[in-house]
Design a protein around this ligand. Structure first.
Ligand code: AP5
Ligand code: MG
Length: 215
């Protein structure tokens, strides 16, 4: 099963991708998580990516594409994957198509998690993330059992540097300009499916499962 999660920053791509990965036993590949792990470890890639991420801008395509092509070579990708945050531009989508076509392979679904911009800004200010295991929470809607501590791995949670309100607005602008065109791109390929991301996470997940199990 090969799935792409589309949607604005904060739409719930990560939340849903993790659930899909667990249910279908495929890896959850989040380019944002990979960059944040590299920033935390102080790698060269992390240093380069941080400059863009902190401003709410996209990391240049060539850095992302090389990274993801390497990730696909890992043995856990043999039965598929759920991509979260990649592709994010038309050139990235084309690079992905090219790589898959070479192997006679293709993405089955691009699932757009649809949430209006107003709700996005509310969600982001309450988000808390675990850099150790990638789990995400929300102070109000998805609280942890112990405040500030990850339920999954017990490490401390952070407020992401790019979740400040002014950076969120910039990320939304970049999303509309550079990533939203992918919705038409995948619609034309006949693999776009949309879900209402304003429902609670469980309802949204059940709707996604219906899509991937329907055909
Ligand atoms: P990335 O980490 O991918 O960030 P993003 O797309 O901005 O998306 P988020 O992770 O912020 O949101 P999400 O949709 O995963 O939502 P979540 O599930 O956490 O990328 C960060 C940066 O890295 C980019 O800005 C860019 O610079 C760079 N980058 C990454 N990939 C790149 C690429 N391919 N090319 C170039 N640059 C790249 O949910 C949000 C919050 O809402 C959480 O608190 C959650 O608990 C809560 N929530 C989730 N679902 C619900 C619900 N149904 N109801 C209520 N609350 C909910
Ligand atoms: Mg995410």
């Amino acid at each position: 099963m090969k799935i792409i999660m589309l949607g604005a920053p904060g739409a719930g791509k990560g939340t849903q991708a993790k659930k899909l990965a667990a249910k279908y036993n495929i890896p959850h590949i989040s380019t944002g998580d990979i960059f944040r792990a590299n920033i935390k470890e102080g790698t060269e890639l992390g240093k380069k990516a941080k400059v863009y991420m902190d401003q709410g801008l996209l990391v240049p395509d060539e850095l992302v594409v090389d990274l993801i092509m390497d990730r696909f070579k890992q043995p856990d990708c043999v039965n598929g994957y759920v991509l979260d945050g990649f592709p994010r531009t038309i050139p990235q989508a084309k690079a992905l198509d090219e790589a898959l076509t070479k192997n006679n392979d293709a993405i089955e679904y691009a699932i757009d998690v649809d949430v209006p911009d107003e709700e996005i800004v509310n969600r982001m200010s309450g988000r808390r993330a675990c850099v150790a295991c990638g789990a995400t929470y929300h102070l109000v809607t998805i609280p942890t059992k112990v405040e500030g501590i990850c339920d999954v791995c017990g490490k401390e949670l952070i407020l992401r540097d790019d979740d400040k309100p002014e950076t969120v607005l910039k990320r939304l602008k970049v999303y509309h300009e550079q990533t939203q065109p992918l919705i038409d791109y995948y619609r034309e390929k006949g693999i776009l499916r949309s879900v209402d991301g304003t429902n609670d996470p469980t309802t949204t997940f059940n709707n996604i499962v219906k899509i991937v199990e329907a055909e």
